[in-house]
Design a protein around this ligand. Structure first.
Ligand SMILES: NC(=O)c1ccc[n+]([C@@H]2O[C@H](COP(=O)([O-])OP(=O)(O)OC[C@H]3O[C@@H](n4cnc5c(N)ncnc54)[C@H](OP(=O)(O)O)[C@@H]3O)[C@@H](O)[C@H]2O)c1
Length: 338
């Protein structure tokens, strides 16, 4: 371990419905189109050396082969597989029954692991789009959410648990009505749901629903994804790390707005997975969860700056013309009809 590393035993953990322990902060691995795969692979090795034990991967990020070499080196340096929590995700063009298991096996081969701790259905839509495509691009074969089809995919996800290839299965980018149907029909319940969560997008209703149902909310873009490409930005977007309330708390604590966002997330009860390839930021993000906690007043002040500002809107998954991205998110509490 490095001199200023964080002892992984001091990092808060979540007890999942299965009894397993999930480190309450992970490192993201989505370099989008501007961070080379090699840089992300180097970042996770550094992250492991300073005490991270939770890694959020996905086949669509295109870098699992690079990350696999990093995991291998971590083991060569003495880490044991069971000390790590590794998540990967099934991409949208692999929802078909014959493809789920093959796709998971491919991620395992690329990551050089023989099991995953968590495997997520990345989006509840089987609507593929090529990496780096424009937000206005539409797949002519795109379809709405069809629960029967999702359950066919889910049955194969359950089979992955039965076969011992994954310890837990979970969802991502879901909504309450979709989750209700899944909980009604699942044999193996989702252990976690990965979703956008930061001080400007707190999703209080869904967050509470998940906690009540013992599904761990894993929060992506916990800093408001400041590095996302221009094409993924709209004029309404706001930035939690520039919020005056967050900045004031950071100033008082002598820390950084990013650290405050991460502390808030962990103390609220979600598991943030900040991305970084900058050593100083990687370390600071982890140190923030073992430092002095935010006060109850800080937590209340941050609860009040929610702007319901979704940054990752998912436009490319829309299935017909003249729709808006809100249609993906079942805003009136019912699944948007086809
Ligand atoms: N399930 C899904 O559909 C989904 C969707 C989106 C993301 N994700 C996952 O969530 C992860 C995180 O989300 P994200 O990458 O969108 O956004 P994020 O973690 O909110 O933001 C990452 C950006 O913040 C910067 N940063 C990190 N720590 C910092 C610090 N301490 N101070 C200042 N800047 C800092 C990074 O730059 P530097 O490298 O310069 O530090 C990077 O540009 C992804 O990598 C991916 O694993 C999942």
């Amino acid at each position: 371990m490095m001199a200023d590393a964080v002892d992984p035993a001091l990092v808060p953990h979540r007890r999942l419905s299965t009894g397993a322990l999930l480190p309450a902060i992970g490192i993201g691995t989505f370099g989008s189109d501007h961070v080379p795969h090699e840089a992300v692979a180097e970042a996770i090795e550094y992250a492991a050396a300073v005490g991270y034990r939770h890694f959020d991967c996905a086949s669509v990020y295109g870098n699992e082969r690079h990350l696999g070499r990093s995991f291998e080196r971590m083991f060569q340096n003495g880490l044991k597989r069971e000390e790590l929590w590794v998540t990967s995700k099934l991409w949208n063009d692999k929802h078909g029954e014959p493809e789920v298991i093959a796709s998971c096996e491919q991620s395992l081969a690329d990551l050089r692991l023989d099991y995953l701790d968590l495997y997520l259905v990345h989006w509840p839509f089987p609507n593929h789009h090529p990496p780096h495509c424009d937000v206005n691009e539409r797949n002519p074969n795109a379809v709405p959410y069809i629960h029967e089809n999702y359950m066919r995919t889910w049955r194969k996800m359950e089979e992955l648990v039965d076969r011992g290839l994954v310890r837990h299965v979970g969802t991502s980018n879901m909504t309450i009505p979709k989750m209700k149907l899944l909980l009604r029909d699942a044999r193996i319940r989702p252990a976690a749901n990965e979703m956008e969560l930061h001080p400007h997008f707190q999703q209080p209703e869904f967050f509470t629903y998940l906690r009540e149902n013992r599904i761990e909310p894993i929060g992506y873009s916990p800093l408001g994804s400041p590095g996302r490409p221009e094409r993924d930005r709209t004029p309404e977007d706001s930035s939690p790390i520039e919020d005056p309330v967050i900045r004031e708390i950071a100033e008082r604590l002598g820390s950084h707005p990013a650290a405050v966002c991460i502390q808030w997330a962990v103390q609220r009860g979600q598991t943030p997975i900040p991305f970084s390839t900058n050593h100083r930021n990687i370390l600071a993000n982890l140190q923030s969860v073992v430092g002095e906690p935010l006060t109850a007043d800080d937590m209340r002040a941050i609860a009040e700056i929610d702007r319901n500002c979704r940054l990752i809107k998912g436009q490319v998954f829309l299935w017909k013309d003249n729709q808006s991205w809100e249609d993906l998110w079942d805003l009136n509490g019912e699944i948007t009809p086809p």
